[in-house]
Write a protein that binds this ligand. Structure first.
Ligand SMILES: *[C@@H]1O[C@H](CO)[C@@H](O)[C@H](O)[C@H]1NC(C)=O
Ligand SMILES: *[C@@H]1O[C@H](CO)[C@@H](O)[C@H](O)[C@H]1NC(C)=O
Ligand SMILES: *[C@@H]1O[C@H](CO)[C@@H](O)[C@H](O)[C@H]1NC(C)=O
Ligand SMILES: *[C@@H]1O[C@H](CO)[C@@H](O)[C@H](O)[C@H]1NC(C)=O
Ligand SMILES: *[C@@H]1O[C@H](CO)[C@@H](O)[C@H](O)[C@H]1NC(C)=O
Length: 634
């Protein structure tokens, strides 16, 4: 790495102020040869920071304000700092740190401000998990950076972190207290700070982030914030064998007898199961966490029976109370649910209906009480863990895009506290949200996929794009949602189901719900073949979990950061650094083009060795074939 020894030389700072009158605007140029160039006007600035012995390490951004902020002045600070001020209404400060070889950039203003990073043809990664990858393929305009889903904000943004990286080496990590909005397209990434919903009116308008400077390539950019990967390691059994959820196959009419029969069917069709997961709906009313005894006459006996067959069993839980609970329950739970600013109980809407309350995980008392309640379920019935659903900040009463009546300086804290609470239940825990949360030791599930082919609306093609995004945001134990999707727009075809199994074969964890035997015998046989292949690779997957030098699943650029094709590959992935997987993702296709980066690759279907970089045109892959390649020489 072309690591700078000192970020700032600091000596002999030369400040040159040039006035170029050009009514009605005038331009100023501040030039300091040892560390920064700032070309500024009364409403914007182009900034380039330099460091390294030859000043080769740069960091460039464009700053603009929504209106004029006055005349530019150099402001005093430490010798090592860059400080400029626009009259009294805005200031840019660049300091060293917090670590060696890092800058902290802080901009404060009395009005909305925008910091834009020109992409100059480079690829963009990081931020929030989107359906396309690299992420600049999705245009966003001033999207408020808080977790939410279709129900509450009309967009899927369940997992988001404030890091961005580019193939040109851009790396930035934005401070959690910045009231952040995100814009992006093929030309630039723009971060806006403004005091608008979901943030309160009375907070300071401030942008603050750290960077190591444009490090040259994506691997170096990542290393700035992720020198090592300390991944949560799921129980070995879960890596080896699938989790089977009741959700898609049975939906809400699930009951004790159906669950017991599900286990029998799984086994009799020759499948293994690490976990049987009881999803919605098992409660008398949502959030009371009491078994509906009409559907589940003896939950303890059910759990014991699943255990006796050698499987674990987990239970679906969520942060809602209701709708449809008797009003006396609301009185009982009122200390633990979110209130409006006027003190009355807040009302939210979720996919199980309107008129629910939301448990308040920002309140430590609620968390303590909720955790104790879950422990009682574990103790009373013997469940092994939980699937935690929802947890998005936009479910906070008043915080949907429609309402906008409640604000918060750091809305995503709701999500991160929810996950922190969930992580107390160990690595068997499943969540679907993330914000300031990549470090927790649990399984991170992709937001529900639909049973369609496209990446748009989260079909099969979005599984790899989303997994790659989660992986490079630092999430370790990725659970790629259920094979075949959730049937929200109808059941998948047999072909789609089988291609879905193949995508999952070399991902770290497999989750089923739709039963393969509901298609036909061939589906069962092919599905068994690939789950057995996953099982046979479980030692290898475990090894990738334990290796601290890389994520478990990687984009092709992980081993080829300067390779322009690898940088945009969104239909192949690596398990660790040496196993390349290229599933068929197109309806009706019996072949696909496969890109192999530099190195020698052994085709694990045929034994043939290829030397990369090369593209295998129309590689034959009929329905029963999953193309994958082992790197035997780098
Ligand atoms: C951004 O700044 C760079 C130099 O710092 C400049 O070349 C470029 O034109 C600016 N772009 C915009 C959109 O202002
Ligand atoms: C995204 O924005 C760019 C302009 O930067 C435009 O050319 C492109 O057509 C837009 N793409 C979509 C999918 O809207
Ligand atoms: C709520 O839970 C309590 C305690 O388990 C139980 O006694 C009560 O019947 C439940 N009520 C409803 C409506 O679920
Ligand atoms: C409290 O605020 C909420 C949301 O703004 C409103 O719907 C409710 O009527 C208010 N309650 C009282 C008692 O003022
Ligand atoms: C089930 O587990 C056994 C033992 O680990 C393994 O040999 C077999 O291949 C697995 N079968 C499937 C379909 O995963």
């Amino acid at each position: 790495m072309r690591a700078p020894r000192r970020v700032f030389t600091g000596v002999g700072v030369l400040v040159l102020v040039l006035f170029v009158e050009a009514t009605p605007l005038f331009k100023e140029k501040i030039y300091s040869p040892s560390y920064a160039e700032v070309f500024a006007s009364r409403s914007s600035a182009d900034v380039t920071l330099f460091s390294g012995a030859q000043r080769e390490l740069k960091h460039t951004f464009n700053l603009s304000f929504d209106g004029k902020v006055g005349n530019l002045k150099h402001c005093a600070g430490n010798d090592d700092d860059v400080c400029v001020r626009w009259s009294k209404s805005a200031q840019l400060l660049v300091t060293k740190g917090p670590k060696n070889e890092m800058w902290t950039v802080t901009i404060e203003a009395t009005q909305p401000l925008h910091v834009c990073f020109p992409l100059e043809g480079h690829q963009l990664y990081g931020g929030m998990v989107l359906e396309e990858y690299p992420i600049q393929r999705v245009n966003l305009t001033q999207v408020s950076f808080y977790t939410g889903d279709i129900t509450r904000i009309g967009r899927l943004q369940n997992v988001m972190e404030r890091f961005w990286y580019s193939s040109g080496g851009l790396n930035i990590r934005v401070n959690p207290d910045v009231p952040l909005f995100l814009s992006q397209d093929e030309t630039q990434l723009c971060l806006t700070a403004k005091n608008e919903f979901p943030y309160p009116k009375d907070i300071p308008i401030k942008m603050s982030y750290v960077t190591c400077g444009n490090t040259g390539n994506i691997r170096e950019a990542l290393k700035c914030f992720f020198p090592m990967y300390d991944k949560p390691i799921p129980p070995t059994k879960i890596i080896a064998d699938p989790i089977w959820s009741t959700w898609v196959e049975f939906e809400r009419p699930i009951d004790q007898q159906k669950l017991i029969q599900f286990e029998k069917d799984i086994t009799s069709h020759g499948f293994n199961a690490s976990v049987i997961e009881l999803d919605d709906a098992w409660e008398t009313c949502h959030g009371n966490q009491t078994f509906d005894l009409k559907k589940f006459p003896d939950p303890k006996a059910m759990v014991d029976e699943i255990h006796s067959k050698g499987h674990l069993i987990t239970l679906w839980v969520h942060p809602f109370l209701g709708p449809g609970c008797p009003s006396n329950l609301l009185d009982i739970y009122s200390p633990y649910v979110m209130k409006y600013p006027n003190g009355s109980v807040g009302i939210t809407t979720w996919w199980n209906g309107e008129g629910a309350a939301l448990f308040d995980f920002l309140n430590p008392e609620t968390t303590k009480w909720y955790v104790e309640r879950l422990h009682r379920i574990l103790d009373n019935y013997g469940f092994d863990g939980f699937k935690f659903d929802a947890g998005e900040a936009a479910y906070i009463p008043g915080m949907s895009i429609k309402e906008q009546s409640v604000t918060s300086h750091r809305p995503n804290q709701y999500t991160s506290k929810y996950i922190k609470m969930a992580s107390q239940f160990g690595t068997l825990t499943e969540v679907r949200v993330g914000a300031e949360a990549f470090q927790y030791k649990l399984m991170q599930r992709l937001q529900d996929r639909d049973s369609i082919w496209t990446s748009e609306n989260l079909g099969l093609r979005s599984v790899i794009t989303s997994v790659l995004q989660l992986s490079i945001l630092g999430y370790g134990a990725i659970l790629p949602d259920m094979v075949g999707g959730n049937c929200y727009s109808g059941r998948p075809s047999k072909e789609l189901f089988i291609r879905w199994v193949q995508v999952n074969t070399f991902l770290p964890l497999i989750q089923f719900s739709l039963s393969p035997w509901s298609f036909d015998d061939e589906t069962v046989q092919i599905t068994r073949k690939f789950t057995a292949l996953h099982n046979a690779y479980s030692e290898r997957i475990l090894k990738e979990f334990k290796d601290p030098h890389h994520p478990v699943i990687n984009p092709l650029w992980w081993i080829a950061p300067e390779d322009k094709i690898a940088l945009v590959s969104d239909s192949e992935f690596l398990l660790g650094e040496d196993l390349l997987v290229a599933p068929v993702l197109e309806q009706g296709a019996t072949s696909r083009d496969i890109y192999l980066p530099r190195g020698e690759w052994r085709d694990e279907n045929t034994g043939k060795v290829y030397t990369g970089p090369t593209t295998l045109k129309k590689y034959p892959a009929p329905l029963e074939v999953l193309p994958y390649f082992e790197r035997i020489k780098s």
